[in-house]
Design a protein around this ligand. Structure first.
Ligand SMILES: *Cc1c(COP(=O)(O)O)cnc(C)c1O
Length: 433
């Protein structure tokens, strides 16, 4: 569910017209719905209510300070993948003691920073890393709370770039070696407290089965580790998928109701219902680390049509957003629904490629799709752009990072100013001779 729909012929986010935002703030601009973010968070939190649990938002999906603040106020924990993200969480008023730190390449500086802030857990991805954390904790006279990430060798059935739970992926310790890893850690590392067990099999999973398979495979190990080392939590990772198509209709209760049980997309309720029975009997605290599920359908990218270019083979709608603003189509073959802000224009469709201004053939948002036949100056919204959107934006082609806006009810505010040319060049000026 989300809060983007047509209202009196104009696409709105909650009660704010996106045409108004485009006119007042320019484009390209990301717009997020506060209500959708909170709704998603609360849905998952309440679906898991039978378990002693915590929802740790995966910061990398959308790390804007105002989004983090919204979730911190709601009591969320945070799953971070760099010390920079921890720094953000702290600035936004989040509690470092509710942070878990994942990632295969943590540096000394990052480990020190996280130890100083006494994070809840380092989610460790190798014995080499564990040994390094143990040394640093010793130097600082601290005990590091850790979970080791197990790679359960389960096929998440998602795009190959976002699949993380197979043994050929770089993540975690192989399932076969995980018990030995704990034994080794328990025997050899004095500045480590074995605090939990972690896994994360991939992102954008639209079927519940791989989650169930992984949880059933790993739960007996969690039980053993609890008995042997008194671990406190089992993190089952993130990865709950969202509806990219049809993104617009999926915001509508009537659409959800019209879907049969089998066709209905993965929901927090179904996810929780399937994993709860296996997890409940463990008596461990259960962590989930959703990113996309919380933020994905809570954001759109507004872009203006600059030109229509008619070629021999195709029609191109050239827009002012590019792959530097939203890279998912180029990087993951990601799909984004595209709609006109002016509903009238939706009635006139044309088969076209919607492309950006970047000098790359991969710089497109759709190919050979029926889209609203916009003219120069009209606007499109690219749907489901709230996660892995702005956070992956770059300055490629010396383009400033887009504006970000948060809508709450009748109001909107700028939560990140548009980046100007001088902001981009600043760090290079000293190099001029
Ligand atoms: C990226 C990531 C997540 C979040 O994944 P989503 O698909 O956005 O829910 C959770 N845990 C870990 C360890 C991650 O790397």
């Amino acid at each position: 569910m989300h809060h983007f729909k047509y209202n009196n012929g104009s696409l709105a986010c909650e009660n704010v017209s996106l045409e108004t935002i485009a006119a007042e703030q320019g484009t390209p601009t990301y717009v997020y719905s506060g209500a959708t973010i909170l709704n998603n968070y609360r849905n998952l939190d309440s679906a898991l209510s039978e378990l002693d649990h915590e929802v740790a938002y995966a910061v990398k999906a959308n790390s804007n300070l105002s989004i983090l603040q919204l979730l911190a106020k709601e009591g969320a924990g945070f799953d971070i993948v760099s010390a920079g993200e921890l720094y953000r969480v702290i600035k936004a008023g989040g509690d470092p003691k509710k942070c878990t730190f994942a990632g295969v390449g943590k540096t000394r500086e990052e480990i020190e920073f996280a130890l100083q802030h006494e994070i809840y857990s380092f989610n460790v991805e190798s014995l080499e890393e564990l040994s390094f954390i143990n040394d640093i904790a010793g130097e600082l006279n601290k005990v590091a709370q850790v979970a080791i990430r197990v790679n359960p060798n389960v096929d998440a059935k998602t795009h190959k770039y976002i699949s993380t739970g197979k043994s050929e992926n770089k993540f975690g310790v192989d399932f076969e070696f995980i018990e030995d890893a704990y034994k080794n850690a328990h025997t050899n590392f004095k500045n480590i407290k074995l605090h939990g067990l972690q896994m994360h099999i991939g992102s954008q999973l639209t079927d519940v089965k791989p989650f169930v398979e992984a949880v059933e495979k790993v739960a007996p190990i969690a039980q053993k580790l609890k008995d042997l080392y008194n671990i406190e939590f089992f993190s089952i990772g993130g990865g709950i998928g969202i509806v990219y198509d049809p993104a617009l209709e999926s915001g509508d209760q009537a659409w959800w109701d019209s879907q049969s049980e089998d066709e209905r997309p993965l929901t927090a309720e179904l996810y929780a219902q399937k994993v709860t029975p296996v997890l409940k009997k463990l008596g461990l605290k259960i962590l989930v680390e959703p990113g996309r599920y919380i933020a994905g359908n809570a954001g759109v990218l507004l872009t203006k049509c600059l030109y229509e270019k008619k070629g021999n083979a195709k029609t191109f709608k050239v827009v002012d957003a590019g792959m530097n603003d939203l890279i998912r189509p180029a990087l993951y073959e990601g799909f984004h629904e595209i709609h006109a802000l002016n509903e009238d224009l939706e009635k006139d469709a044309i088969n076209a490629d919607v492309v950006g201004p970047i000098c790359e053939t991969g710089d497109f948002f759709c190919q050979n799709r029926d889209v609203a036949n916009l003219q120069a100056g009209d606007h499109y919204a690219l749907f489901s752009a709230g996660a892995y959107g702005f956070v992956m934006a770059s300055n490629y082609n010396t383009r400033g990072l887009p504006t970000e806006i948060l809508v709450t009810g009748d109001d909107y505010k700028v939560i990140r100013k548009r980046q100007l040319w001088d902001d981009i060049l600043e760090a290079e000026l000293e190099g001029l001779s």
